[in-house]
Each structure stands twice: as C-alpha cells, then as structure tokens.
Ligand binder design. Structure first.
Ligand code: DAH
Length: 339
C-alpha cells in the first residue's frame, strides 16, 4: 500500500502539461471529492496501527505534492495566456494617441479640389521634372520668346531640355495630349522658380491649374466659375479681373479677390490694398489647342492657374511663407484641429 502511494507521489511530481484543461483533470484525479487522496484518507482506518504513522506521512506527502503541482502549473499557465500578459494591465488609462496634422498647403489644396470636383472637375497630375515642350513650347512660348523671362527656370544639369517645371500649366498640355474634350480637370502640384527667398516668395511653391475645354465655352463661363470658386473658398464674392498677358491664353486676365484689411497678415499679403491676387486665367489660345492635338475650330475653353501658398497664408493667418517649408513641429502641430 505504501509503495503504491510512493508511486503516486512520483507520478504527481513528474506531471507536466501546457493546458489548463489537462491540469484540471489531474487535480480532480488527485484532489477531487472522489479523488485518490480522499479514497486514501478513507482507507486510513483500515490500516494496521503499526503502519499508520508511515501511511499518514505518505498520504500527506502525496497531498502536498499534488497541491503544489496544481498551484505552480496553474500560475505559470495563467501567466502565459491571461489577458494581463497579452495586453498588459487593462485597467490602466490609455496612452495618448498622437495624431498628425495636415500641412496647411494640403488643407487648402484639398479644399480647392473639393470645390472644383463639385462642379465636375477631375484631378490630374504631371511630373515635376519636365521637358521644354510641355513647360514652354507647347504653351506658345517658343525658344527665345521674351515671355520666358517671366519665369526664372531651374535647369537640370546643363541640358536645356530638362527642367523643373515653372508652373502646373505643363499638366494642361499633358492632359490634352492624352484626352479629347470635353475636358474638365484641375492639376495641383509643386513648381520651382529661381527667385530670391523672402517672407512673401520662395523658390518652390504650389499651384493648382484648371482647364475646361468643350464646344462653345465662353469667357462668361470662366467668370462664373471663378465667382463660384472664390465664394466657396473665401466666403467672399467680390472679385475683379484685370486684363493681362499670358502666351497660352487670349484674352488673359488676372483675378483679385477682395479680402479686406483686418490683420497685420492681411496688410502684408495684400500689400496694404485689401485685394489679393489669386490667379491668372484666360481663354486657351487656339495655338495651344492645336499643339496638343485638339481641333481649335470645334473646341474652345478656359484655363487658370493659382498659387496655393499665398492663399494658405491668408486663410490660416501665417505671416511668412518660409514657415511652410521649414518643418518646424511647433508650427505644424497648430493645424491638428483642421480637417
Ligand atoms: N502659369 C501661370 C503662372 O504660373 C498661371 C496661369 C495663367 C495659368 C493663365 C493658366 C492661365 O492656365 O490660363 O503664372
């Protein structure tokens, strides 16, 4: 009998498992109500007196071996599978989740895209490294044309054919080369000009180009589109169109929106006039349509190009354009609450 108990002690000590269910089977077998230990305790009275001492010690040893095994395995199994070990302390307060902020340029760009997509414009893009044809020649700016001086160009190495685009008008050309009218597209992107950097201008900035080509498109359509746009973006509908010149449009105009003079930034950005020059525009020159494979007798259209940076400065009351490209966290984090 005592021998049998020693065997059970060995069995209990050697027991091992990875599963809580198997451990429970083990516990019931040894320690359960109808388990081995209870049976052994029950048979205690039948044990001859002279063996009682050894027998008693043996079953107590078996009991503590089984109990210890259950306790230690349970603790280690629960430690590896419990929620606490998988997820940490679930009652702890959450870590603050640091959401990023959109850049003010992206905020304004998205607003502009949104406004034009509501009246049927899609979004198109082109490369920042351009060739002469798409940036100049196709836009009615042949080599040696004096209007090329309007935009100081960065060339790539010494090849005069490869350059950083000076305006997003190059995307107009690409779009017309690949799509037939009706065309309604806007093209946002970064552009580069060899200009001195100051609080109001930079050697790279952002534009959105617009192009609308169809049958019977008139200057009145252009003006109405601009009126809609400025009202939506600025909440201000007072605009003026000043006659201007661009080689790729005829007639051409520059558009000013009356912003007002309430803050110092307003003074700075409007040069004290309250009027903000927001874009150039005009009716697409027939030469440009023909250069891009569109029949200028059948189709006409308007185009416009606007700078995003200055608009962003005004809308967000930022006093210096350089802040937009300095990646200063204290500046950028201020736009967290914007959409
Ligand atoms: N590309 C011109 C610029 O960079 C802006 C512009 C003027 C674009 C008239 C146009 C336009 O599409 O029709 O200053």
């Amino acid at each position: 009998m005592i021998e049998k108990i020693h065997k059970l002690i060995e069995e209990a000590e050697a027991f091992s498992t990875q599963s809580l269910e198997e451990l429970e089977v083990f516990r019931i077998k040894f320690l359960g109500k109808k388990g081995l230990l209870n049976d052994l305790f029950a048979s205690f009275k039948e044990v001859p007196n002279e063996q009682k001492k050894d027998f008693g010690q043996a079953i107590n040893k078996l009991k503590s071996a089984a109990q210890e095994k259950v306790n230690s395995l349970k603790a280690s199994l629960e430690n590896t599978t419990s929620d606490a070990s998988l997820f940490g302390d679930l009652s702890r307060p959450g870590e603050p989740f640091n959401i990023g902020a959109r850049h003010p340029i992206s905020l304004v760009k998205n607003q502009i895209i949104d406004i034009f997509s509501r009246v049927g414009f899609n979004v198109s893009e082109g490369p920042e490294v351009e060739d002469d044809w798409h940036n100049f020649t196709a836009l009615n700016l042949p080599e040696h044309h004096p209007a090329r001086d309007m935009q100081d160009t960065f060339f790539i190495q010494t090849d005069p054919d490869v350059l950083l685009r000076t305006h997003t008008s190059s995307v107009q050309v690409r779009y017309m080369e690949n799509n037939q009218p009706p065309i309604r597209t806007i093209s946002p992107g970064r552009v580069y000009r060899n200009e001195a950097i100051s609080g109001r201008s930079h050697c790279f900035f952002h534009q959105v180009e617009g192009l609308y080509i169809d049958k019977n498109v008139s200057f009145a359509d252009l003006k109405q589109t601009l009126q809609y746009f400025t009202t939506e973006l600025f909440g201000k509908s007072k605009i003026r169109l000043r006659p201007s010149y661009f080689p790729f449009t005829e007639p051409s105009a520059e558009v000013d929106v009356y912003w007002g003079l309430e803050t110092e930034t307003d003074y700075k950005m409007t040069k004290g006039t309250g009027w903000l020059e927001i874009m150039g525009c005009g009716m697409v020159d027939p030469n440009v349509l023909e250069n891009c494979g569109i029949d200028s007798k059948e189709y006409s259209g308007f185009a416009f190009g606007m700078g995003i940076d200055r608009i962003a400065l005004l809308l967000h009351q930022i006093s210096d354009i350089r802040l937009l490209s300095e990646n200063n966290m204290r500046f950028l984090e201020q736009f967290k609450s914007a959409l």
